[in-house]
Design a protein around this ligand. Structure first.
Ligand code: CP
Length: 325
């Protein structure tokens, strides 16, 4: 694996290998007083976030530190991006300084792909990736997509898959509903791709106004009736309503959305025993999910966050140290 740009980059074997590595890293760290493995000593991981983040940025930083990599955070507002520097020039600058891996979040769909497959001038022409000689390793800088616009968020899908494996004992043959603002959700697209690859049956539940064009080509089913779907699912993943991407309001209204698509306590009672509730966060409590449902024993929200660290350790490990035997 050279880069991780899309959940579609992973076949079932590669995805399972990453999840297995994540489990092994979690076991390796369990009960340790000092959570430090020497695995990536001497490697440099730069997180470059042009959009806000709590979970993804911090968990990549922890993941790198727990494997002894040097981790450096760059934010758009505190860097030369605020002076007008382009994404490409910023990435080339970081690569020239010895970044072995750049983890990028950007509001533009396709930004991570552009970095990894930059054409034109320089050693990266023809899709070799940004490459200034790799100051520490002699290899091109690995790119990880930490969320690009409304397109993809592959490490979120991996941590969701890790959580579902833990809670359900496996993913193949399980029915998973993904509910809400699919239109603006990079989490939804990556999850549909990865869960289908791993053999799950995925159903998207959303108002027609919050579904993207072309959704009929995705490897999933579409439904508009949450109450009809809930009794038959093994897990339900509630999506964040991305108000910041809805310029000029959205239909249905927030109130109508909560009534028809929010996971209220009454609605959660329709779930069968053992069914798991997920949310990628940040949650808008009271609209997408009732506070009592978010905090219930069958909610895996904090387990998702915990798994995020181990999954991101696994991704860095596979990219920078090679897939383990
Ligand atoms: N789920 C997720 O990507 O959260 P952050 O925006 O906090 O990183």
């Amino acid at each position: 694996m050279r880069h991780l740009l899309s959940a579609a980059d992973l076949d079932a074997g590669e995805a399972t290998a990453l999840l297995d590595t994540s489990d092994r890293l979690r076991e390796a760290l369990l009960g340790r007083e000092v959570r430090k493995l020497p695995t990536l000593r001497g490697r440099t991981v730069v997180t470059m976030f042009y959009e806000n983040s709590t979970r993804t940025r911090v968990s990549f930083e922890i993941a790198g530190k727990w494997m002894s990599a040097d981790t450096i955070n760059v934010s758009a507002s505190g860097s030369s991006v605020s002076k007008g520097e382009s994404l490409r020039d910023t990435a080339l600058t970081l690569s020239s300084m010895g970044a072995d891996c750049v983890v990028v979040r950007h509001p533009a769909s396709g930004a991570a792909h552009r970095l990894a497959h930059w054409g034109g001038t320089g050693p990266s022409a023809g899709g070799a990736g940004i490459d200034t000689g790799g100051a520490t390793t002699g290899t091109p800088t690995a790119i990880v997509n930490a969320g690009d616009g409304t397109h993809e968020h592959p490490t979120q899908a991996l941590l969701d898959a890790a959580t579902l494996r833990d809670r359900l004992g496996g993913i193949a043959g399980r029915r998973i509903a993904i509910v809400g603002d699919v239109l603006h959700s990079r989490v939804a697209r990556s999850n549909v791709l990865l869960l289908a690859t791993l053999g799950a049956e995925v159903v998207l539940v959303a108002p027609p106004t919050l579904l993207p064009t072309g959704v009929d080509t995705w490897p999933c089913r579409v439904s508009y009736e949450l109450d009809a779907e809930l009794p038959a699912v093994d897990a339900v993943m509630m999506l964040r309503v991305q108000a910041e991407r809805m310029h000029g309001g959205f239909f249905p209204s927030a109130r109508e959305y909560a009534v028809r698509f929010g996971l209220s306590e009454d609605r959660a009672a329709l779930l069968r025993e053992g069914a798991v509730v997920l949310h990628p966060g940040p949650m808008v409590r009271g609209m997408e999910i009732a506070p009592a449902v978010a905090d219930a024993p069958n909610s895996a929200v904090l387990a998702q966050v915990r798994n995020g660290v181990h999954v991101r350790m696994a991704v860095l490990y596979h990219l920078l140290a090679g897939a383990p035997e």
